[in-house]
Design a protein around this ligand. Structure first.
Ligand code: SF4
Length: 397
């Protein structure tokens, strides 16, 4: 019999409802502020992958129910442009909703709240010609092979996601439909991730293999909380990626479960070690394996950072990526919000012998023995992605 939830558990469960609602309110306000500023500065907007004329890092999303969203944070369905069940991807991107979104942006209006912090949104001067028609190019796409997840992260509104999907998994029978819709485009990057845990679906192997045959030279990326990435087919699917992220926000059970409610640190870490081992044993194992360590106020001490470096080294991952998270607000690490860059700080903790390449300020990569690793692309919410921003690098000899 399950034990009754204690006071601490009840508080954390409440937080999983409060935090996404608070994020939504913050977005609403930010959207209005951005539109006011755009008007004052005589600016308008363009959404990189919706216009179809840019090489964008993020991309249009194929959701688990085959609906298409314009952004990777579409928990409430506001960004849905259509469905592959009724129309082709090309038609959806030229269709009524997408055209209305582009027209709004070209007038300086942000069509939905999710635009407020979208990494694909660019501001341009009023004199820039922004086409309202879709220009035909897609270089990057996200495939949400499943919206299911075994965890309940603080910033992830699971009940809203489940309410907004007619199917929680891309069925085997629909995989070819996904491939066919993508095939007319010159897609350079496919990310198997969005608002679910990709390895919660056993279909992932068939999907990745089908897309790999269609796009042999595209960069494949996925991101997992680690706890379900086990078993032959799932590991094979994982090792078909160019970049594989394990999002494990801490070095022990107490630390990870403060953000990832339901996470089992030992299991996730063990699965990460095992995936590295199988990658190393595979004759053609070239997947870059990244441990993504989200920094919050409870896991930001020097001891925690050093322990993460030690465990990453022991696991044999190629990159330990520190990411300073700005959500939920009550969990922000104040130590890492100061003027000193994240890279300088981490470098001073892990020691002078590491080379440092300063690029940005919210991410910092520690490389283990990789002379020139391929860079993983950026991805969104706390759980999975890093929002298209730049990183700083340090190499551990
Ligand atoms: S952020 Fe990712 S791991 Fe966390 S609950 Fe959402 S889908 Fe699951």
């Amino acid at each position: 019999m399950n034990a009754l939830p204690n006071k601490h558990d009840r508080k954390r469960t409440r937080l999983t409802i409060i935090v996404p609602k608070r994020n939504m309110l913050a977005r609403k306000i930010l959207r209005i502020v951005r539109m006011i500023f755009a008007r004052l500065r005589n600016n308008k907007f363009e959404y990189m992958h919706l216009s179809g004329r840019h090489d964008s890092e993020m991309g249009i999303v194929i959701n688990s129910d085959l609906s298409i969203s314009c952004n990777s944070d579409d928990m409430y369905g506001n960004g849905k442009l259509g469905s592959l069940i009724k129309n082709s991807l090309a038609d959806i991107l030229s269709g009524e909703v997408a055209t209305r979104f582009r027209a709004d942006l070209a007038r300086g209006k942000l069509p939905i709240n999710e635009c407020a912090n979208c990494s694909a949104l660019i501001s341009c001067s009023i004199s820039t010609a922004i086409p309202v028609e879709f220009q035909g190019q897609i270089t990057s796409i996200l495939i949400e092979n499943t919206a299911k997840c075994n965890l309940h992260c603080l910033s992830c509104n699971r009940s809203a996601i489940y309410k907004n999907r007619d199917s929680l998994v891309i069925k085997n029978a629909d995989i070819d439909l996904v491939r066919k819709n993508c095939s007319p485009f010159n897609i350079k990057r496919i990310q198997f991730l969005n608002l679910g845990e990709p390895f919660a679906s056993k279909n992932i192997f068939n999907l990745v293999r089908t897309m790999r045959l269609q796009f042999p030279y595209a960069q494949f990326v996925s991101s997992s909380n680690g706890s379900l990435l086990q078993g032959k087919e799932k590991v094979l699917a994982a090792l078909m990626m160019d970049d594989l992220n394990f999002t494990i926000p801490g070095t022990n059970q107490a630390s990870v479960e403060r953000y990832q409610i339901g996470q089992n640190f030992d299991l996730a870490y063990r699965n990460m070690c095992e995936t590295v081992r199988q990658r190393n044993e595979a004759a053609d194992g070239s997947t870059v394996i990244i441990w993504k360590y989200l920094i919050f106020k409870w896991n930001d001490s020097d001891e925690c950072i050093l322990e993460a470096v030690r465990l990453a080294h022991k696991a044999g991952v190629d990159i330990l990526r520190f990411v300073v998270c700005l959500s939920p607000i009550h969990a922000i690490s104040l130590r890492y919000l100061g003027r000193q860059s994240l890279g300088e700080k981490v470098n001073s903790i892990i020691g002078k012998r590491h080379t440092l390449e300063l690029i940005g300020h919210r991410h910092f990569d520690v490389y283990f023995g990789l002379a020139k690793p391929k860079m993983a692309p950026a991805t969104g919410r706390g759980g999975h992605t890093d929002g298209g921003r730049t990183v700083e690098r340090a190499t551990v000899a």
